[in-house]
Design a protein around this ligand. Structure first.
Ligand code: AMP
Ligand code: ZN
Length: 115
């Protein structure tokens, strides 16, 4: 499958890793939208929340807890951060392997609902 994040999981594309275990991986976003910007992904390929199933319940929980851990690693736990999960075309999702953005390191703008 031609999925860029699956390639990162397999080590076929390099990434700056922040955390890894058997199930999840966190790495720096290549095009940071804030001073601190990381992505948390499952190693299992799930295209988006639309494809997540009941059997993924624990994995989805682990993604959120990993995002919290990563925020701590990035030193933004206390100053605050935003977790974003884009789903589908209208959200601007460009990589169809589910991921949570961890954004912070500065005062973030309000939610940009309209482009
Ligand atoms: P989304 O719009 O939610 O699908 O966001 C995908 C994110 O993946 C974007 O913020 C990209 O900058 C990021 N991205 C794409 N390719 C890579 C890569 N090879 N390494 C790290 N981040 C990437
Ligand atoms: Zn994938």
């Amino acid at each position: 499958m031609d999925c860029i994040f699956c390639k990162i999981v397999k080590g076929e594309i390099p990434s700056r890793k922040l955390f890894e275990n058997d199930r999840v991986l966190a790495f720096y976003d290549i095009q940071p939208a804030a001073p601190a910007h990381a992505l948390v992904i499952p190693k299992k390929h799930i295209a988006s929340m639309n494809e997540a199933e009941e059997e993924d319940r624990e994995l989805l929980g682990e993604l959120l807890l990993t995002a919290k851990k990563v925020a701590g690693e990035l030193g933004i736990a206390e100053s605050g951060y935003r977790l974003i999960n884009n789903v589908g075309p209208d959200s601007g999702q460009i990589v169809f392997h589910i991921h949570i953005h961890v954004l912070g390191g500065e005062k973030l703008g309000g939610l940009n609902v309209k482009s």
